[in-house]
Design a protein around this ligand. Structure first.
Ligand code: C2E
Ligand code: CA
Ligand code: CA
Length: 448
């Protein structure tokens, strides 16, 4: 069939109109149409809720099966959603994997929650791709009009804040916005944005915390602990920014900065004659499961010329369990370079001796939480059994977070190899570590 020019124009006009208000991929209303509907509800002074919906495993699907699969998955979800919303309610795709739902006249909260639970249930379904079953789920954040915002922008932002919160506290569920969340999320946004600049300007400093050998009483190793020196906020703890860096992809460049700086410092100490001193660096699971980055790290270690026997990395068991297969590959490569590997935070996560046995660990670091129970709960016997087991596997044992004389005395009696904690020293800047090292050297010279 041949179309006339006018007909062609009409058709492309229709297409154009459609694309202006609907998402081309999923055919759901887009953000403009969604906003128009929300604004209409505001004008009519209706009771309504704005739900921000984020797909929990979108990234995983894109990473594992590629973008085409990701698009198909979005279409699948969109279809589920449009079937699930009814009447005046609207489901829209705002962008990427972010959807929003307008629930009109939620009336009493019970009814609203029922609607939401129903939607969550719909999201929990099975998507089949290339004969694989993939389980879908979503996280919802909800803002109510007018309590949580009187305008579209505020409502959608607050719904997103609630959704972020939901994701932080475990996915596949819903969360209502509240004003306490706001500060938390604004802080998150601030951190995420300024981390980028911090990396470019290298606004970080490494502190080093001593590990003392039990038998000789000598400083044998220092653990590098990162500090962010923010121009306005002062020092920011790694507990605050490392988890954010991990979730925003900033952890790779940060790890590079830490390794480079720790390697340089190790070389300086070597040249000063502290040839036995070791340096330990923390490496996140996000880095360990990225085998290519691990290779880059190994290259960096080789190129910097550091004696690798003086270099250690610390990984937590939780980090390894994120992707056991890739992590064990990475650990093997690191180990093959002659770098030692410590299992960090033992006693907090899975604490499986099988992992300890199967993977190339050299050191076991017993976490502060566990050390605290020794004296408090009289659980020293468990600790002694673990040390014995670790020694039988050929591992050295480090006790971390040792704060009291009682703990220290107990650890001296047991066969623990070294201790780290405020009882001996806090993490210190390089200058103060140098003072400790010089002091030790003088004591040795006097003794000799
Ligand atoms: P972690 O690896 O378990 O490091 C030990 C943490 O316990 C350090 O906190 C240290 O200051 C603290 N600590 C040591 N002894 C004691 C003690 O006797 N009492 C108490 N209350 N605390 C003690 P910090 O420096 O705030 O680091 C926190 C966490 O941040 C580290 O825990 C580690 O998971 C992470 N982190 C630090 N630097 C880096 C880094 O360069 N890369 C990565 N990926 N993570 C890092
Ligand atoms: Ca550590
Ligand atoms: Ca720890």
């Amino acid at each position: 069939m041949v179309m006339t020019m006018n007909e062609e124009l009409d058709e492309s006009n229709e297409k154009y109109k459609f694309l202006a208000f609907y998402d081309a991929l999923t055919k759901l209303p887009n953000r403009y149409l969604f906003r128009t509907h929300v604004q209409a509800s505001i004008e009519k002074e209706l009771d309504f809720a704005v739900v921000s919906l984020d797909l929990d495993n979108m990234k995983h699907i894109n990473d594992m099966y590629g973008q085409k699969a990701g698009d198909e998955y979005l279409e699948f979800i969109a279809q589920k959603l449009s079937l699930a919303v009814s009447g005046e309610d609207i489901a829209a795709r705002l962008n990427g994997n972010q959807f929003a739902i307008l629930l009109n006249q939620p009336g009493d909260s019970k009814l609203l929650i029922n609607k939401i639970l129903q939607l969550l249930k719909v999201m929990n379904s099975v998507w089949e791709y290339n004969e694989q079953k993939i389980y879908s789920s979503a996280s919802f954040g909800i803002a109510l009009y007018p309590e949580h915002g009187k305008e579209y922008q505020e409502l959608i932002q607050n719904a997103e804040i609630a959704m972020f919160n939901r994701k932080e506290n475990g996915k596949n569920g819903y969360e209502f916005f509240n004003h306490d969340m706001q500060e938390q999320v604004l802080n998150f946004i601030f951190m995420r944005n300024s981390l980028h600049e911090a990396i470019e300007k290298e606004e970080f400093e490494l502190y080093y915390q001593p590990q003392i050998d039990q038998k000789s009483g000598k400083l044998v190793c220092v653990e590098a602990l990162i500090r962010w020196k923010h121009s306005e906020r002062g020092f920011i703890s790694p507990m605050e920014f490392i988890p954010i860096a991990e979730n925003t992809g900033h952890i790779l460049p940060i790890t590079m900065i830490v390794l480079r700086s720790a390697a340089q410092q190790l070389m300086i100490w070597q040249k000063k004659g502290y040839t036995d001193l070791k340096v330990a660096v923390n490496v996140s699971g996000h880095v360990i499961e990225d085998v290519e980055t691990v290779r880059q790290l190994c290259r960096l270690a080789v190129e910097s010329g550091i004696p690798r026997k003086n270099f250690e990395i610390e990984v937590t068991e939780t980090a390894i369990m994120r992707n056991l297969e890739k992590a064990s590959k990475s650990l093997e490569e690191i180990h093959a370079q002659g770098i030692s590997i410590a299992m960090d935070d033992f006693g907090t996560g899975y604490s499986s001796l099988t992992n300890l046995h199967k993977l190339p660990f050299d050191i076991l670091k017993i976490d502060k939480e566990f050390i605290d129970t020794i004296v408090r709960d009289g659980e020293g016997y468990i600790y002694k059994a673990i040390i014995l087991l670790a020694h039988n596997m050929g591992l050295k044992v480090v006790a971390e977070g040792v704060e009291t004389k009682e703990q220290y005395d107990f650890l001296r009696e047991s066969e623990c190899d070294s201790i780290q904690g405020y009882y001996y020293a806090r993490p210190l800047p390089v200058d103060e570590i140098n003072i400790l090292l010089e002091h030790e050297l003088r004591v040795e010279e006097n003794a000799g």
